[in-house]
Write a protein that binds this ligand. Structure first.
Ligand SMILES: [Ca+2]
Ligand SMILES: [Ca+2]
Length: 490
């Protein structure tokens, strides 16, 4: 067990590239990352374990030493009956946080609502701690998903969108009776009554959104998933025919129900014809609900376990369309994995942009930032072509710090690339937003990051025209990026 913890600290060292010299210090001995038991790269499977059973040991470790962001789910595939003893993950705990709720599901059913509890911590980075839950469950072969209420599961680039988990278990003999006196849970087995109430996680919270038009910058599409239910936090389209709003859950889920929260200060009658549509690919939609023409404050629409990645609400008439919030509840669909973070809903580029332009329009152009941390980190470092920590822009620690570039002409933008700091502190950019403007005064927010760490982030601009590109944090913090690149055409 002690050796396992030592390995954990090395894993932590790779979460935080800023501390390798500490993690390689004498107190953790001569173990290196190569000593870690990488049993099955991105697709953990007990086939690669191969023991006859009976021995308790680490059986799944889908870590690999690549870039790591945070997601809210991890998948394990069991190829034989298994007595799963414990599940572990590691992350940077918030102050005062001691447990993390999760749901274990198989075949779209919740098998267990558990808690990861804070355990041993890294001696140097004391907020980085092991999170453990003792399961003691006998699981039949199949695919199982751990879903956490917050994005705390490490997702690395080689995991096909799946999070990072470690599982200790004993394998059993195949077939019934592998564990005398204990029932083996089948992934397709109905959940026990106390679990059938379903998980309480709002799948839409903080996910990427779009709307057919935006009434004003105060009411972007992202207001529909910001967790606030008040008129100051609505999405709001223009008055148009069949206006719509949608959210990308970034993975296929078996949906239980959707909650719509209507405007309260006025105008609730505009939502009388609201419809709800689902899609697995963002192109083919299935309408599952049409409202009956009455006013509502809160509306619950049953989804009956239908699978979807995209949820759209839309009016069946011409009007303004606004809601304070949309919540989506369900569980991960079996055998699917979330898309890598940072991806956007399918948004076909215009033909001339689809081939991908090669010129970085921002390179060497005039820049500004809301404040300058020191003379070593001017705004112009964001467009000097260098991607290293010695060439960052860097603001003070302030509310909603921003940086922007003037392209000195309006362009139809294809996409924007953000390159994050690498030596440390990448987590400061978790709330980054991208805004566009044609005149430097009126801004349109086209992207809000989902709260995960990133190294490189590509934000699709869908051919929108802009002269000014701004990046900004949605919170108080220092703000720094190594480089910002802008691609598009005249
Ligand atoms: Ca809201
Ligand atoms: Ca630079």
């Amino acid at each position: 067990m002690k050796a396992r913890l030592v390995l954990c600290f090395f894993l932590i060292a790779f979460f935080l590239p800023s501390i390798p010299t500490q993690a390689e210090g004498p107190s953790v001995g001569s173990v290196t990352i190569r000593s870690c038991r990488i049993l099955a790269g991105g697709h953990p499977d007990l086939n690669s374990y191969g023991a006859a059973g009976g021995e308790s040991r680490l059986i799944i470790d889908n870590w690999n030493p690549a870039g790591c962001g945070f997601t809210d789910n991890a998948v394990m595939n069991l190829s034989r009956p298994t007595h799963v003893e414990s599940v572990h993950l590691w992350y940077n705990w918030a102050a005062g946080e001691s447990s993390l709720p999760y749901a274990l599901s198989g075949s779209g059913r919740v098998l267990r609502n558990g808690q990861f509890r804070r355990g041993s911590c890294d001696p140097y980075q004391t907020a980085w701690c092991e999170a453990t839950d003792m399961l003691g469950m006998n699981l039949a072969p199949g695919s199982y998903t751990f879903t956490t209420a917050r994005r705390r599961v490490c997702q690395n680039s080689g995991s096909n969108g799946m999070g990072f988990i470690r599982v200790t278990a004993r394998t059993g003999r195949a077939g019934p009776g592998a564990y005398p006196g204990q029932e083996t849970i089948q992934p397709s087995q109905p959940a026990t009554p106390e679990l059938a109430t379903g998980p309480a996680t709002n799948l839409a919270l903080g996910k990427p959104t779009q709307q057919s038009s935006t009434y004003s910058g105060d009411f972007p599409a992202s207001n529909g998933v910001d967790g606030r239910k008040d008129d100051g936090s609505m999405f709001h389209t223009n008055n148009e025919r069949n206006p719509w709003w949608q959210v990308d859950l970034q993975g296929n889920y078996a949906l239980s129900y959707i909650m719509l929260y209507n405007r309260t200060g006025c105008c609730a009658e505009r939502e009388r014809t609201v419809q709800l549509l689902l899609s697995q690919n963002g192109s083919n939609w299935q309408r599952i609900y049409s409202h009956n023409g009455t006013d509502f404050r809160e509306l619950r629409v049953e989804a009956g376990g239908r699978q979807a990645r995209y949820v759209r609400v839309q009016l069946a008439e011409q009007n303004y369309f606004h809601l304070q919030e949309v919540e989506v509840y369900g569980v991960p669909a079996a055998g699917t994995a979330a898309q890598p973070f940072g991806t956007q809903p399918s948004q076909p580029a215009t033909p001339e942009l689809a081939t991908g332009p090669a010129t970085n329009l921002a390179l060497g152009m005039p820049t500004q930032q809301s404040s300058t941390y020191s003379g070593d980190f001017p705004a112009s470092s964001g467009v000097d072509g260098r991607k290293d920590d010695g060439s960052m822009f860097h603001t003070n620690n302030e509310r909603n710090p921003w940086w922007q570039v003037d392209l000195e002409g309006n362009y139809a933008l294809s996409y924007i690339m953000l390159y994050n700091r690498t030596g440390c502190c990448a987590e400061r950019e978790r709330t980054v937003q991208v805004l566009l403007s044609q005149n430097g005064s009126n801004w349109q927010r086209i992207y809000s990051h989902n709260g995960t760490d990133f190294r490189e982030l590509r934000v699709e601009a869908g051919g929108r025209r802009a002269r000014y590109v701004r990046v900004q944090l949605a919170e108080q913090n220092y703000f720094h990026l190594q480089e910002v690149e802008v691609y598009g055409a005249r």
